[in-house]
Ligand binder design. Structure first.
Ligand code: UDP
Length: 475
């Protein structure tokens, strides 16, 4: 091959499995399907066990190289008390001080792909004349909201966005209920807001933005991006929907294999997968209600349990996969014994994609992180939407109200938890009820449209990536 024919692309993700997984997936596709040489830049500082396992997987394509960035010590700047985006942004800032040297040593790649929160890369790459593409790993709806945020921030002067009496209308897009707004924009005086605002206000610097979505999942937003005249007034980069990019394979541990064998012995569409992303944790009271609700429902389940936390629903975001807890310590007495015929409990981390792909899985009880959402849709599995942090409330509302593939359990306002009766009701409704049947039917339609977009002979998402890879060859 000649150098000019094989573009060299560097890919850089901020910490957190919800960012690393889709960026690695993009890197794999560029290497395998689109003839690119790919360097995946790995921020090793504070890496979780799950991150290390993923990036050391033996089956990465030969033209994809994981490059560990030298670790910058951030212990003086962040602690487990630091809010999630502030912590992530400080880790990124400190660990990107070496970026210029790394990119020069790599012979200046033809392009750098970053996620939303690695925006320090823009200055470095401007100096080196390397175009930077942003891979927006959440929904297209979050992307348009983000582009619009500086305008909204100027227009709303006398209150917080969450106190607005009316839904927020990003031009051309579905209105967003103030209650559904992401955590980071609920208090404009917070450091979280400052970081979010800084990162999203740099979006227009990107040479292009990849969105992990496709037409059938977010038709209104993608139409707005294409057609809405107001959208074009914003300084917006070209947008490339390339989704759904989700893991196809994942490293399987011994406990994963056990979980999959258990699943092999269950009837089709009968099992509830309850897993709350990399960060999700519940309060002790809520864990108790979920356990009783599952048991009372009599339905089959796989439950990825974590030790409860009282004040941080994203407690394991930075250290997932490494905890060793004894579930007996926090599950109701005798729960494991009483449910051993119908339930399979795993600690901390499950092979989520393999479980969702399995024909026995009937519904995914999820925190609605965007990757989990895409994985469920790719495999045609309806959802029980239980948002916990970040922008998950927005995702849950879209899935339940626009797409029609999810149901939201109702919290009991007096008790502040979703009660065992409610857990039992939604689980039984989706596995056995008519409403569940309709959701499953809709999820299967979405699955087919996803496969269509990814086809290498004319799929829209596949073509978007192909065109870009060709552009990089020419430059
Ligand atoms: N995941 C997994 N096993 C688990 C929990 C999570 O493999 O037990 C993976 C999941 O498949 C998804 C990612 O971790 O790809 C979580 O990303 P998401 O955007 O859903 O949520 P986040 O972790 O960013 O909140």
């Amino acid at each position: 091959h000649s150098e000019t024919m094989q573009p060299h692309v560097a890919v850089l993700s901020s910490p957190g499995m919800g960012h690393i997984i889709p960026l690695l997936e993009l890197a794999k596709r560029l290497a395998t399907d689109h003839g690119c040489q790919v360097s995946f830049l790995n921020i090793t500082a504070e890496a979780s066990a799950a991150q290390t396992q993923l990036l050391r997987a033996p089956d990465l394509p030969p033209n994809l190289h994981v490059i560990d960035l030298p670790e910058a010590d951030v212990s003086a700047l962040v602690s487990s008390e630091t809010p999630i985006l502030t912590r992530l942004s400080l880790i990124v800032r400190e660990n990107l001080r070496c970026l210029k040297t790394v990119l020069v040593d790599l012979g200046k790649p033809n392009a750098l792909v970053i996620d939303l929160f690695c925006t320090q890369a823009f200055e470095v790459c401007e100096e080196l004349s390397i175009p930077v593409y942003s891979f927006c790993t959440p929904s297209a709806a979050l992307f348009t909201f983000s582009l619009y945020l500086p305008t909204l921030d100027r227009e709303v002067v006398d209150c917080e966005f969450v106190d607005l009496p009316e839904p927020i209308r990003v031009p051309g897009c579905s209105p967003i209920r103030p209650d559904d707004l992401l955590d980071q924009v609920r208090n404009r005086k917070s450091e979280e807001y400052e970081w979010f605002f800084l990162h999203v206000s740099r979006l227009p610097l990107a040479a292009g933005v990849f969105l992990n979505t496709w037409e059938e999942l977010e038709p209104v937003t993608l139409k707005a991006i294409r057609e809405n005249p107001f959208y074009h007034l914003l300084p917006a980069p070209p947008v490339y929907p390339v989704g759904p990019l989700v893991k196809e394979t994942e490293p399987i541990t011994e406990s994963d294999a056990e979980c999959l064998t258990w699943l092999d012995n269950q009837p089709p569409d009968s099992v509830v997968l309850l897993a709350l992303g990399s960060g999700g944790t519940l309060t002790a009271a809520q864990v108790t209600e979920v356990a009783w609700g599952l048991e009372l429902s009599g339905q089959r389940f796989i439950w990825v349990v974590r030790a409860p936390t009282e004040d941080d629903p994203s407690a394991t975001f930075f250290n997932v996969g490494g905890e060793a807890n004894d579930p007996k310590a926090f599950l109701p007495d005798g729960f494991l014994e009483r449910t051993k015929e119908v339930g399979h409990v795993v600690m901390s981390w499950a092979p989520q994609v393999a479980v969702l792909r399995h024909p026995s899985t009937g519904v995914f009880w999820s925190h609605c992180g965007w990757n989990s959402t895409l994985e469920s849709m790719t495999h045609g599995v309806p959802m029980i939407a239980w948002p916990l942090y970040a922008e998950q409330r927005m995702n849950a509302t879209v899935l339940a109200e626009d797409v029609g593939v999810a149901v939201k359990p109702m919290a009991d306002p007096g008790k502040g938890v979703v009660t065992r009766e409610e857990v039992k009701r939604v689980v039984s409704m989706v596995i056995e009820g008519e409403e569940g049947k309709a959701m499953r039917h809709r999820a299967r339609q979405i699955k087919e449209s996803a496969a269509e977009g990814l086809r290498c002979d004319g799929g829209s998402s596949y073509d978007s990536l192909s065109r870009l890879a060709n552009d990089w060859k020419v430059n």
